[in-house]
Design a protein around this ligand. Structure first.
Ligand code: GRG
Length: 312
């Protein structure tokens, strides 16, 4: 895959991303200080997942969307942090024994393995509350309260039965189903991806556009762009899962592992078709940004390229 964005050096974009993720990490650190008395482990539990790496794609989308519509980076920082808190909470919940039962996340033991299931569940609750509190309390007073309210509404939609929860519920409902009919399988898979992954990326971009002062038309373009990027993100994830499994485990073992995962894109479409689909989504994402000045849209175009070309 060659990046489609031309005339913009990738180093420039990389340093843009590094600068943004440093700022985000600093803001997240400040947003969740350790609590007094320290015997209450809850903030430590939250910080463990929130500050343990991660690509920070959602906050970057939020900041870049805000800047694209003419807003300041600092205006979107509370919303960007809130979205990353929701992302962290969903990872903690997803890893629990009653969900995916994972023991490793970002190369480290999962939250419940370190702190126990009970406190990990409390951290999830606390993150959702803090994400709302932080957006309302820390967004600049220059932003009209109606816009802050709209931003919180978008976040709520991204979390609940129109977003992450719907995706996870569909994922659970699909467990053990056999998709002999590829059409049904693809539809189900797309529903999971749009809700489990794209919904939060969409909320991130839309929140940035809202607090940044974007028009309704601009906000809807950002929504369509982010939905394509979100779906593309998951298609790429599925491909990486398969190719990495084969690389790491050797061809035969890799195939065994793939066949367990019936709902994967490459399983239903094949790896090559999945890659083509990701490229198509990237082109669509770019189309949705046509209404903006192309120079100003460059970070979001590059972000889409980064998602399609990423190796982890
Ligand atoms: C709202 C707490 C809450 C839960 C909703 C458990 C659940 C229900 C949903 C699970 C959602 C989930 C974990 C989806 C996977 C999304 C995904 C692609 C995660 C990986 O994202 P990256 O690659 O991760 O951006 P990093 O580590 O870079 O942050």
């Amino acid at each position: 895959h060659t990046p489609i964005v031309e005339g913009y050096e990738s180093e420039k974009f990389l340093s843009y991303m590094i600068r943004k993720s440093k700022l985000v990490n600093q803001a997240l650190d400040e947003a969740v200080p350790l609590c007094q008395p320290p015997v209450l482990k809850i903030r430590e539990t939250m910080r463990y997942t929130l500050l343990s790496g991660g690509k920070r794609i959602r906050p970057m989308l939020c900041l870049a969307a805000c800047e694209l519509v003419g807003g300041k980076e600092s205006t979107a920082m509370p919303a960007a942090c809130a979205i990353e808190m929701i992302h962290a909470s969903s990872l903690i919940q997803d890893d629990l024994p009653c969900m995916d039962d994972d023991s490793l996340r970002r190369g480290k033991p999962t939250n419940h393995k370190v702190f126990g299931e009970n406190i990990a569940i409390l951290a999830v609750d606390a993150f959702i509350a803090l994400a709302i509190k932080h957006t309302v309390e820390s967004t600049s007073l220059d932003v009209h309260p109606r816009r802050v309210l709209r931003a919180v509404l978008e976040m709520a939609k991204g979390i609940g039965t129109e977003g992450l929860v719907a995706g996870q519920a569909a994922d659970l409902a699909g467990e053990g189903m056999s998709f002999d009919n590829n059409e049904v399988g693809l539809q189900h898979l797309e529903f999971i991806h749009i809700h489990k992954t794209a919904a939060l990326l969409e909320a991130a971009a839309v929140m940035g556009g809202i607090v940044g002062g974007g028009s309704d038309e601009e906000i809807e373009s950002l929504r369509s762009y982010a939905r394509c990027v979100g779906l593309m993100f998951q298609v790429v994830d599925d491909v990486l899962d398969v190719t990495k499994s084969s690389e790491e485990l050797g061809k035969t073992a890799g195939k065994d592992l793939i066949s367990e995962k019936l709902t994967y894109n490459p399983k239903l479409m094949g790896v090559e078709k999945s890659r083509e689909y990701a490229d198509k989504l990237n082109r669509e994402a770019r189309e949705h940004l046509k209404m903006f000045d192309s120079d100003k849209a460059t970070p979001l175009l590059f972000l889409a390229d980064y998602v399609v070309n990423r190796q982890n």
